[in-house]
Design a protein. Structure first.
Length: 312
């Protein structure tokens, strides 16, 4: 790492980090910013339309759509925590971020990510009840239960993401403050430290497994049960609509977990993956799912499609 003495080293923390963008692709930054900007705009528009549609239409005040609202809020927060700063780095407007600003950005990204993972799990449970125990659906998934699920998701996110702030604060940085990235990521920041970061790496692995990893396993189990249940249905009539909503949900799940797990594992164990590939990927998973989620649900769900068209 090029050691750039930060003008004022408060203790051993640099006062600010310099975000380089995508290393090795600096000449293409302006070109890269165009799709990023377009995807971010599409994500903002799509999720806002989805939120307004569901809030305005009383017939959409069902658990499935309330979870969808939570997902849309998470998508808006996830992309907004990263993309504006990323664009300012790509356009060379401002490549600096203060140490505390960097920690706040890192906390926000992972906090929202872990919450979104919990909501996808809640949506899988919702589909399981709707298909395998439809008569008790309204009794099980009451408004208060849906609210509690949302609150539990936030509390879990906070508990998992609070320790990394201190894990990064305790590290000495010896004036290293140039980060080859477009936004602050836990391991990206830790790698600048001139000390052993194995606690950071193992905490990251454990936190990732205990949150998104367990959620993904639980979602898989609930879908195995759903398909087993559909297989045993005497009448085939109940399945098309239920399977239809499952299809949308499965698309969203695949888009959310695949790039995230790839990025997560490659950062820690993929020494041979070129850095520009890793960082491009990290940028994709904060704009692509937020852009596509409302489209998938909007296109595949008739009520949302009709209401959104009416609204627009």
């Amino acid at each position: 790492h090029p050691a750039m003495p930060a003008p004022n080293l408060s203790g051993s923390h640099p006062t600010f980090f310099i975000l380089v963008g995508i290393p090795g692709m600096e000449k293409s930054h302006t070109w890269i910013s165009i799709p990023v900007c377009m995807m971010y705009s599409a994500a903002l528009l799509g999720n806002l339309v989805l939120l307004v549609t569901i809030v305005k239409d009383r017939s959409l005040h069902e658990p499935m759509y309330i979870f969808l609202c939570m997902l849309a809020v998470c998508d808006l927060l996830l992309s907004t925590a990263t993309v504006p700063k990323t664009l300012s780095v790509l356009w060379s407007l401002s490549t600096q971020i203060s140490f505390s600003g960097c920690l706040a950005q890192m906390f926000s990204i992972y906090f929202v990510f872990v919450a979104e993972s919990a909501i996808l799990l809640a949506m899988a449970f919702d589909r399981y009840i709707a298909i395998c125990d439809p008569l008790r659906y309204t009794a099980i998934l009451t408004r208060s239960i849906v609210g509690k699920v949302g609150i539990a998701a936030l509390i879990r996110s906070f508990c998992i993401m609070f320790p990394p702030i201190f894990l990064l604060k305790r590290l000495p940085y010896c004036g290293h403050n140039v980060m080859p990235h477009t936004y602050c990521e836990h391991i990206g920041v830790a790698r600048l430290a001139c000390a052993d970061i194995s606690i950071n790496i193992w905490y990251g692995v454990a936190a990732g497994f205990l949150s998104a990893g367990l959620d993904a396993i639980s979602i898989t189990i609930s879908y195995v049960l759903i398909f087993r249940c559909l297989w045993g249905l005497p009448s085939r009539r109940a399945s098309p609509r239920a399977l239809h909503t499952c299809g949308s949900h499965l698309c969203v799940i695949a888009m959310f977990y695949t790039p995230a797990f790839f990025s997560f594992l490659a950062h820690r164990f993929g020494q041979h993956v070129p850095q520009h590939v890793l960082i491009s990927f990290a940028n994709l998973y904060v704009v692509v799912p937020p852009m596509l989620n409302p489209i998938i649900y909007g296109v595949r769900t008739r009520q949302i499609r009709e209401q959104a068209a009416h609204l627009l």
